[in-house]
Design a protein around this ligand. Structure first.
Ligand SMILES: [Zn+2]
Length: 141
């Protein structure tokens, strides 16, 4: 059975606190409280092998070229999406001094942590597989 981190069981409180993150200190406190990765199970070597066989790429989806991504923790896709959504939309903008447009030339890609796909062909921000909103992240992050 897939592991669901505890923040997924307290989404009201989690979302309330998430809306009140305004500074790096707020983010660090939030991250420490909700994202205790040391408690999350790592994927097993078997799972990683199975994934790398399944995730042969790149793959053309809806006119864009995508590569598969892999996350080392074995958590539910919903939790993975929420974790990376908070990280990329809230944490990283506070931690890193972004400037300039979110283009591939500036190192940006669009990705869906739920489907574990990523593209540097920046475009429509709806995941072509699951219709969740794609997240922006930068290669150097
Ligand atoms: Zn998706």
């Amino acid at each position: 059975m897939v592991y669901v981190p505890s923040f997924m069981n307290y989404l009201d409180e989690y979302n309330k606190q998430k809306r009140n993150i305004h500074t790096v200190d707020d983010w660090v406190k939030f991250r420490n409280e909700w994202f205790d990765e040391s408690q999350w199970p790592l994927k097993t070597p078997f799972q990683l092998t199975e994934e790398s066989l399944r995730k042969r790429g790149p793959k053309k989806i809806a006119g864009r070229l995508w590569v598969y991504t892999t996350y080392m923790y074995d958590i539910s896709p919903e939790a993975r999406y929420e974790f990376f959504s908070a990280l990329y939309n809230i944490g990283h903008p506070l931690l890193f001094n972004y400037s300039g447009p979110k283009t591939a030339e500036n190192g940006w890609n669009q990705n869906c942590p739920y489907c574990e796909i990523s593209t540097n062909e920046i475009g429509d921000d709806t995941c072509p597989v699951c219709t969740r909103k794609l997240l922006y992240s930068r290669v150097m992050d």
